[in-house]
Design a protein around this ligand. Structure first.
Ligand SMILES: C[S@@+](CC[C@H](N)C(=O)[O-])C[C@H]1O[C@@H](n2cnc3c(N)ncnc32)[C@H](O)[C@@H]1O
Length: 222
């Protein structure tokens, strides 16, 4: 039986699951701050979305210690919630297009609303199936949805990692108690080279590279 998990991630999940497509909890919006050395945003959040009481510490670590994002091309925030990662990328890389994906309709609405409030016109908050098939990402940034279960998470990651551009990379933040190291090993076994960039406060910041030949093979056969 797995040990009980008292991480902030779990405490932040209140009514229902944060990855429901249609949250059942009645809406109650409020604003939370995202303060980073280079930017400060006020983000609207709601019941039924991840980290509704305040930006998740893992997400904040990713944004504080992650690399400078690519300045152009298509970037992906995989599992955007109300948008802290997507909006930070959009502000830091104004020439890039930032795709913000989620299964949770309320999260997508909030990301769209937050992007508009922050005057960021380079954010596209959409469901996965609405990303055009020919888009290849120079970077994927994610605090991934570990709670959907191992098999679903692995499938989700493979789906989107295989849409990295040949020289692209993914930056993932995962708590070690939620399986960061075993997931990195599994990714390596699947052919995605991984590198640990940071380990702090129990979180791992992991850089993931495309499988050799993947994006090019798919582009050639498209
Ligand atoms: C750990 S939360 C991170 C949210 C946000 N990026 C943040 O840092 O606050 C993971 C997000 O992934 C979303 N998610 C779950 N399953 C998904 C899927 N199959 N495709 C896309 N997003 C998914 C959840 O709804 C949730 O918003």
């Amino acid at each position: 039986m797995p040990a009980p998990d008292h991480s902030p991630r779990v405490a932040a999940v209140n009514a229902g699951q944060y990855f429901e497509s249609e949250p059942s909890s009645p809406s109650r919006r409020h604003t939370v701050p995202l303060a980073l050395p280079d930017l400060s945003l006020a983000l609207t959040t709601d019941r039924g979305v991840f980290a509704r009481d305040g930006v998740d510490p893992g997400t904040k670590l990713l944004l504080l210690e992650g690399p400078v994002p690519a300045t152009s091309g298509d970037l992906l925030d995989l599992g955007c919630g109300y948008g802290p990662i997507a909006l930070t990328l959009a502000r830091r890389a104004p020439e890039a297009t930032v795709w913000a994906l989620d299964v949770n309709r309320r999260a997508l609405e909030l990301t769209t609303l937050n992007a508009a409030a922050c005057e960021l016109s380079n954010v596209r908050a959409v469901a996965g199936e609405d990303v055009p098939h020919d888009v290849r990402f120079v970077e994927i940034w994610s605090n991934p949805p570990i709670r959907i279960g191992k098999a679903a998470l692995q499938s989700l990651l493979v789906t989107w990692l295989d849409r990295l551009a040949p020289n692209g990379r993914a930056l993932l933040v995962i708590h070690k108690h939620l399986g960061a190291d075993s997931l990195a090993r599994w990714l390596n076994d699947q052919g995605y080279a991984t590198e640990r960039l940071t380990s702090r406060m129990g979180y791992r910041l992991i850089e993931v590279h495309p499988r050799p030949g993947d994006a090019t093979t798919k582009e050639a056969s498209a």
